[in-house]
Design a protein around this ligand. Structure first.
Ligand code: C5P
Ligand code: MG
Length: 199
């Protein structure tokens, strides 16, 4: 089993690249943002709560997100591992993920692949996506600025934690989508080789 944290600021391409990675390596994508949006669309209690944060560009409280993630991970799954897209977003979530993956999957996080993109490009990309995504948090400059501010104040430190564990790899997230995918594929292939040598 291979478990990947796909990391990066909003608009860095995590969702797009997760899609390519799941096909290539038979993984399951868990996007906490998508799960929130599904709940918002269906007006569940969780959706209504999450909406009050998401529409301001703020992070939903850790425990709410963590409980949702646990429910998702407990679902039967015949993939060969997971891609966590948009989670963890805080140091607390990072520690929780380690415990959850151990307790629910009897496994661990293998790597944090980090997509690096300049802020200016992020804003451009998110506004452009907002033209078609119907996402309120993509269509307003102030909300976007707040999401990026949340990233620096609460999420960036997640990278430090994976660096300390020797699990952190940065990839330039600007350029041709397929070329970026190839670089990500190469990192995952390296990991798979290493684990097959250990078996
Ligand atoms: O990951 P994505 O950018 O789709 O997330 C959209 C929004 O969902 C975030 O801006 C944030 O408000 C919320 N979110 C969160 N905690 C997470 C993931 C998403 O609060 N771990
Ligand atoms: Mg996304």
């Amino acid at each position: 089993m291979i478990n990947i944290v796909l990391f990066g600021p909003p608009g860095s391409g995590k969702g797009t690249q997760a899609q390519n990675l799941i096909e290539k390596f038979n993984l399951k994508q868990i996007s906490t943002g998508d799960l929130f949006r599904y709940n918002m669309k269906n007006d569940t209690a969780l959706g209504i709560l999450a909406k009050s944060y998401i529409e301001k560009g703020e992070l939903v409280p850790d425990q709410v997100t963590i409980d949702m993630l646990i429910d998702e991970l407990k679902k039967p799954c015949d993939a060969e591992g997971y891609i966590f897209d948009g989670f963890p977003r805080t140091a607390y979530q990072t520690e929780a993920l380690e415990t959850i993956v151990r307790e629910v999957l009897n496994s661990s996080i293998d790597i944090c692949l980090s997509l690096v993109v300049d802020d200016e490009i992020l804003v451009e990309r998110l506004l452009k996506r907002g033209e078609t995504s119907g996402r309120k948090d993509d269509s307003n400059k102030e909300i976007i600025a707040n999401r990026i501010a949340e990233y620096y104040s609460k999420t960036a430190e997640v990278a430090e934690l994976y660096k300390q564990q020797g699990k952190y790899v940065e990839i330039n997230g600007v350029g041709d989508i397929a070329e970026i995918s190839e670089k990500l594929f190469a990192e995952v292939a390296k990991l798979k080789n290493k684990s097959s040598l250990q078996d």
